[in-house]
Design a protein around this ligand. Sequence first.
Ligand code: HQG
Length: 181
Amino acid sequence: MTTLEQKSKLLSRWLRHRPDAIGLELDKRGWVDVAELLLKSADAGVVLTQDELMQIVVENDKQRFSLSEDQMRIRAAQGHSVDVDLKLPVKTPPPVLFHGTVQKFIASIRRQGLLPGTRRDVHLSATKQTAAEVGARRGTAVVLTVETYPLLHDGYQFRCAENGVWLIPDVPPKYLRFPDK
Ligand code: HQG
């Protein structure tokens, strides 16, 4: 049996990275029809009811999924590797944001700055705590500080996903503050 948590992880995978795994096509803003998603999921052997889907959307710890206003379509709020443009509005960030990572990436980040890797954007967190949790997925977290004013001053644009994750295409090293030790 597939648990609700497993179904939620599959949804993340399909809506961010591998829609093709169940024959889905995201539109250019990342949306799919809920009805089509439920059908294709069942065809792929994962029975997901409308109620379960709504429960996943509402209860998801990081609010990873967004529903359209009419609730007919769903998309991942952020974290895509597939080519979508969510058209999130540009937004002024708080003066300081944080990025959680691990020591083994630090030398490379000092050289290249923060790069999005396989995702479409670099993810920044509004609190140190959240950044520490993001870093801790990979080991002992190292939290970098990003002063946003110099980036804004130099023309960088920030967007904020519906779940509060801040997105920026990249952050060159000169805008990053590394922990002392
Ligand atoms: C690192 C999770 C070497 C970067 C989280 C990170 C987040 C570099 C990794 C969301 C680098 C990319 C995103 C450079 C960045 N050289 N390494 N120049 N620039 N990195 O998973 O930010 O559970 O794509 O520090 O909570 O860790 O999936 O990004 O360690 O919100 O919903 O390269 O994923 O949310 O890793 O995490 P990721 P992330 P979900």
